[in-house]
Design a protein around this ligand. Structure first.
Ligand SMILES: [Zn+2]
Ligand SMILES: [Zn+2]
Length: 294
């Protein structure tokens, strides 16, 4: 079967199933209020049904536009893609006056973003960064993590973090993009930026819940140090690297079949007996505190 690439999604036609109903209700209330207070039900009581009906419809359409415009006075939100996401993250960092919170499973900020974060700390902005426990082994340059910690940023890690959200005291940005240099240019990413207070409250709660979780730990300078690990097949000592848990000999023999379900003898981190696989190289205990080295 061939995939029909010409197929595209058509925006749904005006149907109450698809649109947010609240603005239409507000507009209707506005029409009723003005009709009552200003016209004293004139258009509803008069006998010119067509003329008055047309007037009320016209008035209603204008009211919907007014409600839309009123919302825009309070809420500023936009859809963002690719490089626009990076620019928005930079703005969130550079324009913060109070705090910045960056939640990204993987970190590789590059020099420019790291510098802007450190500059923000210098201005007295409180910076919190939450990443996945595996980030340090997989993508994050240890030197970058050290710089952020030494500058006074608060870093935390959670083993299952996959959410991405970035905010300061005024705006939040949510979407698919990690704080990985290059991912803005090379992949198709989508997100949104908004200052909607209702969303903000829920995002704050979500972030606080991650921070309050028992398995969220502060990231320390030690976490960024390269550590020793074990080959999951022969238990020889190798450099700890979550995505490369075999010694070079065992990797060569694994690569013949490339069987990702192949069960090995021990945990890559602590060396304890464990049916590790290339995708799950850590025993349960180590997976919980992957960075802290529990
Ligand atoms: Zn080996
Ligand atoms: Zn282990």
């Amino acid at each position: 079967m061939t995939v029909q690439k010409e197929k595209h999604f058509v925006a749904p036609s005006l149907s109450l199933r698809y649109v947010s109903t609240s603005k239409y209700i507000f507009a209707a209330l506005l029409v009723i209020l003005v009709e009552w207070l200003h016209y004293e039900w004139y258009h509803l009581n008069s006998s010119n049904v067509i003329g008055n009906g047309l007037f009320l419809i016209f008035f209603y359409v204008i009211s919907v536009a007014v409600v839309d415009w009123l919302r825009k006075l309070f809420v500023d939100d936009r859809l963002l893609k690719n490089i626009e996401l990076r620019n928005s993250i930079s703005k969130i960092i550079n324009r913060a006056e109070d705090y910045i919170c960056l939640v990204s499973p993987y970190l590789n900020l590059g020099n420019e973003l790291t510098e802007s974060i450190i500059k923000a700390v210098g201005k007295g902005v409180e910076v919190t960064l939450i990443h996945n426990s595996r980030a340090v082994e997989q993508n994050s340059p240890p030197a970058e993590i050290k710089r952020l910690l030494e500058a006074g940023c608060h870093l935390y890690h959670h083993p299952n973090l996959h959410a991405k959200v970035y905010f300061n005291e005024r705006y939040f940005m949510m979407g698919s993009v990690n704080l990985l240099i290059g991912s803005f240019e090379n992949s198709f990413e989508l997100g949104m930026i908004s200052n909607d207070r209702n969303w903000f409250q829920q995002i704050h709660k979500y972030t606080n819940d991650i921070l309050a979780s028992d398995i969220t730990r502060p990231t320390t300078v030690d976490d960024a140090e390269p550590r020793a690990g074990f080959c999951i097949r022969c238990k020889s000592e190798i450099r700890y690297d979550y995505s490369h848990p075999y010694c070079s000999n065992c990797f060569k023999s694994w690569a013949v079949q490339k069987d990702t379900t192949s069960k090995e003898a021990n945990c890559h981190h602590c060396g304890a007996e464990y049916e590790a696989t290339i995708n799950e190289p850590l025993c349960a205990g180590c997976a919980k505190g992957a960075v802290s080295g529990q």
